[in-house]
Ligand binder design. Sequence first.
Ligand code: MLT
Ligand code: MN
Length: 312
Amino acid sequence: MRVKIIGSAAGGGFPQWNCNYRLSRAARTGMSSVHSRTQSSIAASADGTGWVLFNASPDIRQQIAQTAELQPAADAPLRSTPIRAVVLTNADVDHIAGLLSLRERQPFAIYATAQVLATLEANSIFNVLDPAIVPRRLLAPTKELAICDADGHETGVVVDAFPVPGKIALYLEQRGDPSADFSSDTGDTIGVRITGAGSRDAVFYIPGCARIDASLRARVADAACLLFDGTVYTDDEMIVARVGQKTGARMGHIAMSGEAGSIAGLADVKIGRRIFVHINNTNPVLDEDSAEHAAVKAAGWEVASDGMEMEF
Ligand code: MLT
Ligand code: MN
């Protein structure tokens, strides 16, 4: 199984188009310790030929352009793609907007939970992907599912989806609803365990997660690799940076640091490699020379960058 991180930034990317915070500025000026990143997506392949995308980011065109494996092969038909399927982990803009760039009557399959499928259904713009050509299939937690292409042929990638604490997409929030729960685990946001048929090694991909509880800790124990929500380093980071009013928790994202953070929450769980993905443009770990980056590394974590690849 090959897994490639094709986009390691959170929604907005890095630098974000309208962001003038010091980190986005450093990325634009080419500071050597700060590297640009595209929005949240990974790709997995069991045979090195066909690929399953996990999330379709608004940067998908650029991601395909910089990833040879995702481009049509030289001897392939005039219209073709090695992308066999797209698995969605929630309905956030950074995870579904790229579907619109995959139009052109090209067959592949979409897998998502009932909630996310309902969002696609409710927004007619997604009909640019004719369901007769691009079938939409239910990804029901928590049953192991062999991911197939549009014709029903197995890709060799097997997924086990499970709800994680999170929230509905920002544009679906009932504004002002005092009972809104931004850390519920009703399936609006899922994590996925990715394996190859008959493989013992598993990679977990959880780009959004509000909390680490006992069930999540048990689930990821003994994983070969965990790709986990690295949106913010501290919960109030966006407020302190004066770029927004929301905490990480309010956005459905656990912080890396602190007693309730992901580093502490997973410290005693046995995991092969632990890598932060979905990194927001305010997160100080984006600067490789920062104390926060050093602290994350010292705690045994890696900070994902675009193009990072692993094999299991
Ligand atoms: C998130 O991860 O919280 C969302 O991608 C935020 C957004 O919609 O920009
Ligand atoms: Mn996001």
